[in-house]
Design a protein around this ligand. Structure first.
Ligand SMILES: [Fe+2]
Ligand SMILES: [Fe+2]
Length: 305
């Protein structure tokens, strides 16, 4: 299964060619520009289409979502780096190229976390007040890692291919967003493109030990993780609305408040769930592992569009 056109050595070579340092992307304490949106329209689509918002409010919501977007990556990268540490440990006396690819990936994820922390410190200082973000990453990492290794790899494939797609299909071509935020996402994408390939190689390795029952079960567990992720996104919606309203005398009807929360939630669902569940590489992988499971995932994806 998985006729892949690359190996671990290719991932290491490419990683060495595109590698960057933290200060190349953002200096500690760097000021942020709040005159432009941070996220492209497609990644906040339902909020962008919501009637009744004035432009300053729409812009602030976009920037709040941009800050939360980076935190959500920082959040999920917590478990990805812990998982890849385990995968690297398994190769200590094994394949040297695999070990180098996996340890580079761990180092890169740690660097991404530091970058996102650095951004959020500037954001909290320059936005005017601190904006709430999810903070239970270690606890969530433990829950995800309690699932079977194949299920953990499926959600990892989802996240890392989704990251690619966000950049190549939405961020790269959008000329209206803040150039600094775009550059930050470009640097993240450069290194994530190796991660998605390493994930394919690791998934193939783990799947080779799994019988059909275990593969079907892994897809069911993947769907359970997606549902749990949706619950976290709902929590982030409440934090975003609190951030928007902080310090202001807000008058919003219950209907308008409900519509706003639904639009933010549906935007997050599309960005973090639908994109991954419908990504061509993820779908190909699911179909090869479990055709029944792939159909269930396709059925679930529709409500997150
Ligand atoms: Fe990353
Ligand atoms: Fe990654």
């Amino acid at each position: 299964m998985f006729d892949l056109k690359f190996d671990y050595g290719d991932c290491v070579s490419h990683s060495e060619r595109v590698s960057w340092s933290l200060d190349d992307v953002m200096e500690e304490g760097q000021a942020l520009d709040f005159t432009k949106p941070f996220l492209p329209r497609d990644l906040v689509r339902h909020v962008a289409d919501l009637d009744g918002l004035d432009e300053p409010t729409r812009l602030r919501l976009n920037q709040i979502a941009g800050n939360a977007y980076l935190n959500l990556f920082q959040f999920v990268e917590e478990y990805i780096l812990a998982t890849m540490m385990e995968h690297a440990q398994a190769e200590v006396f094994g394949d040297v190229d695999a070990l180098r690819a996996l340890t580079r990936m761990v180092d890169e994820e740690l660097k991404h976390q530091q970058l996102f922390h650095r951004f959020r410190r500037s954001f909290d200082r320059d936005f005017g007040h601190r904006c709430g973000v999810l903070e239970s990453a270690a606890a969530v990492a433990q829950v995800i890692m309690s699932h079977s290794p194949l299920a953990v790899m499926l959600i990892t494939l989802h996240i890392e291919w989704m990251t690619q797609q966000h950049y190549t299909e939405s961020v790269r071509k959008d000329e209206s967003i803040d150039p600094f935020f775009k550059s930050l996402l470009r640097h993240h994408w450069l290194e994530e493109s190796q991660h998605a390939r390493i994930d394919m190689l690791e998934t193939r390795k783990i799947a080779s030990y799994a019988d059909q029952e275990a593969r079907d079960q892994a897809v069911s567990e993947y769907l359970a993780i997606v549902e749990a992720f949706d619950g976290l996104l709902a929590d982030q919606v409440d934090l975003d609305v609190a951030s928007l309203d902080a310090g202001a005398a807000v008058e919003r009807s219950p209907e308008a408040d409900g519509a706003l929360r639904t639009a933010i939630h549906q935007s997050y669902r599309r960005t973090f769930l639908w994109y991954g569940m419908t990504n061509k590489n993820v779908v190909d992988c699911l179909q090869q592992l479990s055709p029944d499971g792939a159909r269930k995932v396709a059925d679930h994806a529709g409500r997150f569009a």
